[in-house]
Write a protein that binds this ligand. Structure first.
Ligand SMILES: C[S@@+](CC[C@H](N)C(=O)[O-])C[C@H]1O[C@@H](n2cnc3c(N)ncnc32)[C@H](O)[C@@H]1O
Ligand SMILES: [Zn+2]
Length: 410
């Protein structure tokens, strides 16, 4: 008899539910209207099981990354999602990425497990997906032995992924893909420096380019966690979107790889008077604290990952692939990848046009005109996905100021 898919009998859930579709996945989730404040604010603390439709974009990018990684390593993948909520991410991985052999979906919340079990059956994936209800550390520790490790681990917890970095790197195959989401943007962006230092072992800075510093802090914490296990880190892709940041990294074995990654940590100093910034590479290579432009005191951030945030070939492959798979918001994914491909290879940090305008008292400064002027003068200058008003450039602040004044004179 043909293997017909069937809708499993819906068990009783002690909360209102609804069925919806996200890309290829059909999902039973807690009724959304109960947990939204306005159209764009989801309140997870109110939900019996986590499902945030606003994170569909995060999952779109994750699917494309998984596909690009699979093409690169050319092997069948074992995947782990230790914080699965209603199972949506793992279900999409199983349906939208080819050659995923076995997925382990886990959550501590028993209601999340009931919902995930139902959703996995509903999408006909019981043969590919194993469901566990453990603390994430316990699950990942069970998979720390070489033969038990995963090719891909996706850490998408509440707030900071930092407490789980050690467990995650131990459970990943050498050469494996580790993806991390962080939503604790107040610490990472320097609004609350103390928890940032505790979680990421680095000092944040509340600057116009704090989202990039946030990504570099998260990578700093990962590099230091991996180094303890003689593992090194490289980066496929990073992005800052909505209320979170996300990094996709590759984990390599060997003390030398760990040393190489530590060798890419450094510091950034920023002058809040004139917006001058400088950076150094090396943990004991401290940058000067007096601004060479205005003589003011420079504020310091770090240690930070000062290596590349994007692998251009990898991102290009993702872009080319974006048309071959069902995504929630393909146009937005294409826009993000195009923006990243524009800024790839640029220097650390970016200028925000409005901050330059404000400092110089020059309203209406055009970002496009300033980029053109800088490029015409031989500087690197591009847009950045981190900020729609941002210019990633190696031009010093004195040049930025001079060209901005020239532009405003017409
Ligand atoms: C942000 S949600 C996960 C969202 C999911 N990855 C997605 O894409 O929809 C975080 C989940 O982690 C679970 N959780 C929190 N602490 C945990 C722990 N220590 N171990 C396992 N699960 C945990 C929560 O129950 C929640 O479902
Ligand atoms: Zn200065």
């Amino acid at each position: 008899m043909a293997n017909q898919s069937r809708t499993p009998v819906e068990p009783f859930f002690p909360f209102a539910t609804e069925t919806l579709r996200e890309a290829s996945a059909v999902l039973l989730v807690p009724r959304l209207e109960t947990y939204f404040k306005g159209k764009r604010e989801y309140i997870p603390s109110r939900t019996p099981v986590f499902y945030n439709p606003l994170m569909s974009f995060n999952r779109d990018v994750a699917v494309l990354t998984l596909r690009a990684y699979q093409r690169r390593v050319q092997r069948i993948l074992d995947v782990c999602e230790p914080f699965t909520g209603c199972g949506v991410r793992g279900i999409r991985f199983a349906k939208e990425a080819p050659h995923v052999n076995n997925l382990v979906l886990n959550d501590l919340n028993p209601q999340a497990i009931n919902l995930t079990r139902f959703n996995v059956e509903r999408n006909d994936l019981s043969e590919k997906i194993t469901i566990q209800q453990l603390d994430a550390h316990a699950l990942l520790s069970r998979h720390a032995r070489p033969k038990k490790r995963f090719d891909v681990v996706d850490i998408d917890p509440f707030g900071s992924p930092s407490p789980f970095l050690d467990s995650a790197v131990r459970a990943i195959k050498r050469g494996g893909l580790l993806a991390l989401t962080a939503t604790d943007m107040a610490p990472l962006c320097g609004v609350k420096p103390a928890p940032c230092i505790r979680k990421y072992l680095g000092k944040p800075l509340r600057t116009a380019y704090c989202h990039e510093v946030a990504v570099r802090l998260l990578l700093n914490a990962l590099v230091l966690a991996a180094a303890k296990h003689d593992l090194g880190v490289t980066v496929f892709l990073s992005h800052s979107t909505d209320h979170y940041i996300r990094v996709y990294t590759q984990i390599f074995p060997g003390a030398q790889r760990a040393n190489d990654a530590i060798g890419r940590l450094g510091y950034l100093v920023h002058c809040f008077h004139c917006l001058n910034r400088r950076w150094t590479i090396g943990l004991s290579n401290f940058p000067p604290r007096t601004c060479a432009v205005c003589g003011g005191e420079m504020a310091v951030a770090g240690p930070l990952w000062m290596g590349s945030l994007f692998d251009s070939d990898f991102c290009r492959e993702m872009l080319e692939d974006a048309r071959s798979v069902e995504l929630g918001d393909r146009r937005r994914v294409v826009r993000l990848l195009n923006a990243i491909l524009t800024e790839v290879g640029g220097p650390p940090t970016y200028y925000v046009v409005d901050k330059i305008s404000e400092k110089l008292g020059l309203p209406g400064l055009s970002k496009a005109a300033l980029i053109k002027k800088l490029v015409d003068r031989g500087y690197h200058a591009t847009e950045t996905h981190f900020n729609p008003r941002g210019i990633r450039s190696n031009a010093p602040i004195s040049v930025i100021d001079a060209h901005s004044r020239e532009l405003s004179r017409g």
